[in-house]
Design a protein around this ligand. Structure first.
Ligand SMILES: Cc1cc2nc3c(=O)[nH]c(=O)nc-3n(C[C@H](O)[C@H](O)[C@H](O)COP(=O)(O)OP(=O)(O)OC[C@H]3O[C@@H](n4cnc5c(N)ncnc54)[C@H](O)[C@@H]3O)c2cc1C
Length: 312
């Protein structure tokens, strides 16, 4: 793989590579089997990369429907997304999905990244607007020559190749959406532009997820929506989540976790139990699968699978 550092965009030389044809995630989900998937982020250094590959190898026997790799804000982590996702396609039995955001990219750069994905056999792309480089709470300003909303990137991706496209969904509404109804309009617009499935932001109340699904169905849209799951394993992560991404951690969950203050093992076990309860409720209520935010570690996800009596 060759990165065109001059343009600051990960661009592969279009060498002919022997890679298997990637299954389309949209088709796999529509085929009706429950989807299980794992999300990773591009590591920043060698130690992080080792940890990631260990997690990938430990989760591979679970035969997930797909695994995804997020797209960071800066140049080098973006190259890493292309490299890691391509390696997953070439060296594992897993179906990878690469994320892509509009942040700091012109339209031409976005097209170049999509071409890089296609060149390494990545046929599935999670298409996002991304957050401002100053953080999720900063005001969004589009890049000159770039795109403003994820919907535009869905359209661009659809026109660029035979990609199966996923988009983000927000059970509590996107933090800057005018209302839950407006938020649902945006998700439906992304589906009509060509998205085949959605994955949600993490959340803690199954009722928020089911209400989102209902809002979307009420608009005549049958987009499959995969719930995003992230267990809370300590008090610091509760604070981080609510401050960073605006997910509301219900007081009853804070109380259940806080009850084990001073006993990290018991606190972690409670966090796994809470996540497994949520997964159970979601699947029983008809969710088409579960998407786990792994933070590049396999342990919590394996513990939730064990709690759900789902084995390798
Ligand atoms: C599953 C998942 C994966 C993610 N992966 C990444 C990642 O890899 N890298 C990363 O940087 N971030 C990632 N994010 C975070 C995401 O980029 C942010 O949440 C971002 O703020 C919103 O992205 P979006 O694609 O939903 O944007 P959009 O759908 O464009 O929505 C952004 C805001 O604009 C509003 N809006 C959209 N369209 C219109 C319109 N036509 N008119 C008026 N308002 C409109 C929406 O209501 C919303 O408030 C992920 C989020 C999720 C849920």
């Amino acid at each position: 793989m060759d990165i065109d550092a001059g343009r600051g965009v990960p661009v592969l030389k279009l060498v002919r590579m022997a890679h298997k044809q990637a299954p389309r995630i949209g088709d796999l989900i529509r085929a009706g089997e429950r989807s299980f998937s794992f999300e990773f982020f591009p590591p920043r250094d060698e130690a992080g990369e080792e940890q990631l590959w260990q997690a990938i190898r430990e989760l591979e026997p679970y035969r997930p429907t797909f695994v995804s790799v997020t797209y960071g804000a800066g140049g080098s982590t973006r190259d890493t997304t292309v490299r890691i996702t391509g390696r997953i396609a070439a060296e594992t039995s897993l179906t990878p999905m690469a994320h892509l955001t509009c942040v700091s990219h012109t339209r031409e750069q976005l097209e170049a990244v999509l071409d890089s994905y296609a060149a390494v056999g990545i046929g599935n792309v999670m298409v996002l607007r991304g957050d401002p480089e100053a953080g999720p709470r900063a005001p969004w300003t589009p890049t000159d020559g770039g795109l403003t909303y994820a919907q535009e990137l869905v359209e661009l991706t659809r026109g660029r190749g035979d990609f199966s496209i996923g988009v983000a969904a927000f059970p509590e509404g996107h933090p800057s959406a005018a209302s839950l109804d407006r938020d649902a309009d945006v998700l439906v617009a992304k589906a009509r532009a060509g998205a085949e499935f959605a994955v949600t932001q993490m959340f803690f109340r199954a009722s928020d997820y089911f209400a989102l699904v209902e809002r979307v169905r009420a608009r005549g849209c049958d987009l499959p929506i995969l719930p995003g799951i992230m267990p809370i394993l300590n008090l610091a992560s509760i604070r981080r989540q609510s401050e960073l991404i605006g997910t509301d951690v219900p007081p009853e969950i804070v109380a259940r976790i806080a009850a084990h203050d001073g006993d990290p093992a018991a606190m972690r076990a409670e966090g796994i139990t809470i996540a497994a309860e949520l997964c159970d409720e979601l699947l029983a209520g008809g969710a088409p699968g579960l998407h786990f935010y792994t933070l590049n570690r396999s342990k919590a996800t394996r513990e939730i699978f064990a709690a759900l009596n789902m084995s390798v």
